[in-house]
Ligand binder design. Structure first.
Ligand code: CLF
Ligand code: SF4
Length: 520
């Protein structure tokens, strides 16, 4: 066991305080809950809720660690880490690390110096960019010099930006002290199993201390190192997120065990992501026809783990050079050529001023939601249903149906509106006309939803959605999502009560593998 070191945000020398905070993290299970539970949380409400101040300060503007923050704050990745030390059966090395990236995406690799310039360029252009992550294209800790050099340069030049890291965990125990030394507050470890027999079906080999290990031996080494690294980080007060790729028939049921194992070691958040698998990726799983989960299979697993710990449901499986809000991708604006030609004006004060405006918006949004929630007080109904929302961010219904590249999905019940995921889709609007084929795929992607909230929608898609049993709702254009969804739900319940409509359960929906791969 490593000695506990004082960390930023936690009083130096106050070891007992660190232990208290870690206990509070372990006890806290609020992420992802919303509304009427009365429990404000890191996953939803804008307020601090039941989070200790030290933790709140770390998550409040991190778009991945706080579901609510992801509507307002952006992250960026720099692709400085090309090499990898393990092989996953869902990965093809031609592409970015599939642990935190969509397969089939290739990022432009950077030197640490180019990366630092890019961070300043993005921070000057996008004041809501608060987090810099290194997530590939290989494993950041299989490239420690480049990764830590990048952190060093950014800590010096842009000290208000949070540093974040995502790793497969094999090399993690060797680097925990360095990670802590750079005040990295957020580390993600991809843990797909804690049983080496299952691991052998996911990892053909790992490379450690100049030797290649295969089969169960490789998986045993990997799981031991991952769990050891997780414990070492949480002992130091570093927030850890665990990513797990859900592979039906391989580790889907087992992920409940993984969830328990990582929670007991102090992980803050668990992100169960769908396997994205297609033959054209050239991965083992793609070529053997291993399927990914459906939307409802994924949700059921996430729901079953939620009782144990905070679940992340808003991950977009970003690329290793992603830039922008989660769900949007502005990486094409910041290619190396463009960055080198850019005038960089990194102004801390204007960044702070912008972010304080965002905080005001967040407060207004929560107040509006709370007010609407009161209209549900006293409602007795078991009805729970999903709705999807076209949004460009800021927690508003502010996107046209035809322009949406994804829909956010909320679960509505008498407890309120809870964010439960998103569905990436092919664009319906093709510049002046609608693509009928895309419309069919959009409907399949939100087929489990009773309604879709949009800022605007044309007559044709409206009619087709209605035919498919999905109500297009445009009366709340440019209003807050949760407030509007609760208002709509209230009127839905009233109609059911009066007999005007009958509540019918919806079917399953498809996770659009094609849209995930082709989307920027
Ligand atoms: Fe990047 Fe990852 Fe940090 Fe976020 S992403 S290194 S924790 S800053 Fe976020 Fe992207 Fe999902 Fe990752 S949405 S893939 S969880
Ligand atoms: Fe690929 Fe990432 Fe797995 Fe390495 S850790 S094999 S880069 S998916």
């Amino acid at each position: 066991m490593q000695a506990t070191a004082p960390q930023e945000g936690i009083a130096a020398g106050n070891i007992a305080n660190i232990e208290n905070v870690m206990q509070e993290i372990a006890d806290h299970k609020g992420c992802g809950t919303t509304g009427g539970s009365g429990k404000a949380s890191c996953g939803s409400a804008a307020g601090q809720g039941d989070l200790p101040t030290e933790i709140w300060e770390k998550v409040k503007n991190h778009p991945c660690y706080s579901e609510e923050a992801h509507h307002h704050y952006a992250r960026m990745h720099v692709a400085v880490a090309p090499a990898c030390n393990i092989q996953c059966n869902y990965c093809n090395r031609k592409y970015d690390c599939a642990n935190e990236s969509r397969p089939g995406v290739v990022s432009e690799k950077l030197t640490p110096e180019q990366a630092a310039k890019k961070v300043l360029a993005v921070a000057s252009t996008i004041p809501q960019m608060t987090v810099l992550g290194i997530a590939g294209p290989g494993d950041p800790l299989a490239n420690p010099e480049k990764t830590f050099k990048t952190f060093e340069l950014i800590a010096k030049t842009a000290p208000d930006i949070k540093l974040c890291l995502s790793t497969n965990g094999l090399a993690l125990p060797d680097h925990v002290d360095t990670i802590a030394g750079f005040n990295v507050d957020h580390v993600t470890i991809t843990i797909n199993m804690v049983d080496p027999e299952i691991g052998a079906k996911i990892y053909p080999w790992v490379f450690w201390k100049h030797k290649r290990y295969t089969g169960v031996e490789a998986a045993k080494l990997l799981t031991d190192r991952q769990l050891q690294g997780l414990e070492m980080l949480t002992e130091r007060g570093i927030l850890c997120k665990v990513n797990s790729v859900m592979i039906p028939g391989v580790n889907d049921k087992h992920l409940v065990e993984v969830n328990k194992a990582v929670k007991s070691r102090g992980a803050f958040l668990h992100n169960i992501m769908p396997l994205i698998s297609a033959p054209e990726h050239g991965t083992v799983f793609g070529l053997t026809g291993q399927r990914g989960p459906t939307a409802q299979e994924l949700k059921a697993l996430q729901d079953s783990c939620e009782g144990e710990m905070n679940m992340m449901r808003h991950c977009r499986q970003c690329r290793a050079d992603a830039v922008g809000l989660l769900g949007e991708d502005r990486s094409a604006e910041f290619t190396t050529d463009k960055i080198m030609a850019m005038e960089v004006n990194y102004d801390l004060d204007s960044r702070k001023a912008y972010q304080s405006k965002v905080e005001d918006e967040r407060v207004a949004k929560v107040a509006a939601k709370q007010e609407e929630l009161e209209t549900l007080a006293g409602e007795m109904s078991d009805i729970k249903l999903l709705v999807s929302v076209a949004t460009k961010g800021s927690g508003l219904i502010n996107e046209h149906f035809g322009h949406a590249k994804e829909f956010q999905v909320y679960e509505l019940s008498t407890a309120g509106a809870k964010f439960v995921g998103h569905r990436r889709v092919d664009l319906y609007c093709q510049g002046g006309f609608g693509d009928e084929e895309s419309l069919e795929t959009v409907i399949r992607a939100i087929n489990d939803c009773h309604a879709v909230f949009v800022a605007k929608i044309g007559g044709c898609p409206k009619a087709d959605l209605q035919k498919a049993g999905i109500e297009p709702v445009d009366q709340f254009a440019h209003e807050f999502i949760e407030k509007s969804a609760i208002a709509w739900f209230k009127s839905y319940l009233d109609k059911v009560k009066s007999g005007e409509i009958e509540h019918i359960e919806r079917g399953d929906a498809e996770i659009r593998q094609g849209a995930l791969i082709s989307a920027a």
